[in-house]
Ligand binder design. Structure first.
Ligand SMILES: Cc1cc2nc3c(=O)[nH]c(=O)nc-3n(C[C@H](O)[C@H](O)[C@H](O)COP(=O)(O)OP(=O)(O)OC[C@H]3O[C@@H](n4cnc5c(N)ncnc54)[C@H](O)[C@@H]3O)c2cc1C
Length: 399
């Protein structure tokens, strides 16, 4: 798997990214990444990971699934983290559907996902009012979803907005979380629904212009009396609780993508300092440059070690997996940001030039600080899991 991904990245993704750097800024978001790239991902079998064999996909080795996802995510993100993001949403939502969707929905949607190389999935939690309450999570009515779903005859009627959704602009199918019981805490009053693109009342309002990961089109979604058939309900009331398994694998995949960006920073910088000359010698022969490069390598290996340990804990269902997956996610985001900063510094003026591509890695690295929970929220989650009786208690609303 690693070899196939590396060959795909080296032969297809990297040449496209290097030769078409302006495409990132193409104002027609749908035209940024050519369809051939997703077709290439399809050809090596990584577009639809997570779809069970029974529905035409293939199962990763049981017991090491999360480690396999991590390895593949790292390799693809080494080529482009936006592309990795596009694929990862498909994997994460497929895992979720495999775990929680009724058979008739799996039978209906998995074949459609498999049949079309451009078919993308999206997972919609975040709302304009914020996402941190969901990640912590604060299990209180006042922290609940503002998007609301009400049962009306044979339908559910959804009203609300979702923002900052990965694949939000392009996806064909969305998992949407909505409040279905205002009297309960978020963990007991949130349901999830499958909403196909084109459902009346559901609008993709815009593509968010992000600083990094720009080959994944992040979107803003509006639901106005959007009716979905009652059988499109995924999980009633306990949707956030049952998504926990998905969240843990998701944090590992996030950290692994981040690692891939760090590896790309290191490879580009190692090449540069062994070819660019100052003071009559290649840069790497200047000791301060060598020390900085060594620091990049140390941080990357430390991130890799933690990601592997946390991925194994999630695969094994270890009690520490909640703590470790959040540690891996937040540690990767802060360390790879430092790696990317070294890469910029060692490239000198070249590092600031768009056509050189190092500033792109820096922008991509910055995005990880805020995806799947901010740095501070991730740290709080670690401490809440370590000290549930004290830090784990909700402080309550403003008096
Ligand atoms: C590129 C990208 C892709 C994304 N993809 C998706 C997606 O696919 N699906 C999805 O649902 N969401 C997605 N998100 C949203 C992402 O999960 C949120 O942006 C992130 O969790 C932070 O939430 P927020 O932006 O609402 O900030 P807020 O929750 O409003 O936080 C603002 C600030 O307040 C701090 N803060 C908040 N609460 C507390 C507290 N209790 N104690 C201390 N500090 C606090 C935060 O740390 C932060 O610094 C994406 C975001 C980005 C940038």
């Amino acid at each position: 798997m690693r070899d196939s991904c590396r060959a795909f990245v080296n032969d297809v993704v990297t040449p496209f990214i290097r030769s078409s750097w302006q495409k990132e800024w193409d104002m027609a978001p749908g035209e940024r990444l050519p369809p051939a790239i997703l077709e290439g991902a399809e050809a090596i079998g990584v577009r639809t990971l997570g779809v069970p064999e029974a529905f035409g996909g293939f199962d990763l080795e049981p017991g090491s699934e999360v480690r396999s996802f991590a390895l593949i995510a790292e390799e693809i993100a080494r080529g482009d983290s936006g592309l990795a993001d596009k694929l990862v949403q498909n994997w994460k939502v497929s895992i979720l559907l495999r775990e929680v969707a009724p058979q008739h929905l799996q039978q209906h949607w998995f074949p459609r996902l498999l049949a079309d190389p451009q078919f993308l999935l999206a997972h919609c939690l975040t709302e304009p009012r914020g996402a941190s309450d969901r990640w912590l999570p604060y299990n209180a009515p006042e922290a609940g979803m503002q998007t609301r779903a009400v049962r009306d005859g044979d339908d559910w009627v959804i009203n609300g907005r979702k923002q900052y959704i990965s694949n939000g602009y392009d996806a064909a199918l969305y998992v949407v979380y909505a409040n279905t019981d205002r009297s309960k805490g978020m963990l007991q009053g949130t349901s999830s629904f499958l909403v196909p693109r084109g459902t009346p009342g559901f609008t993709v309002a815009k593509c968010n212009e992000t600083m990094g990961c720009r080959f994944m089109n992040n979107g803003e979604l509006v639901f106005e009396d959007c009716r979905v058939p009652a059988d499109h309900l995924l999980v009633k009331d306990l949707a956030l609780k049952s998504a926990g398994q998905y969240f843990r694998a998701g944090k590992i995949i996030q950290a692994a993508k981040n690692l891939g960006v760090g590896v790309a920073c290191f490879e580009r910088t190692a090449d540069f300092v062994q070819s660019h000359v100052q003071g009559g010698r290649i840069l790497i022969k200047h000791q301060a440059v060598a020390v900085r490069l060594a620091d990049m390598a140390c941080r990357i290996e430390a991130v890799r070690a933690l990601v592997e340990r946390a991925a194994k804990a999630v695969d094994d269902g270890h009690p520490d997996s909640e703590i470790l997956c959040n540690m891996a996610k937040v540690y990767a985001s802060e360390e790879i940001m430092k790696v990317a900063t070294h890469a910029l510094e060692l490239h000198g003026g070249h590092g600031a030039m768009l056509e050189f591509g190092v500033e792109k890695l820096f922008r991509d690295a910055a995005i990880f600080l805020h995806m799947d929970a901010t740095v501070d929220i991730s740290h709080m989650k670690i401490i809440k899991a370590m000290f549930p009786e004290t830090a784990g208690k909700y402080a309550g609303p403003e008096a």
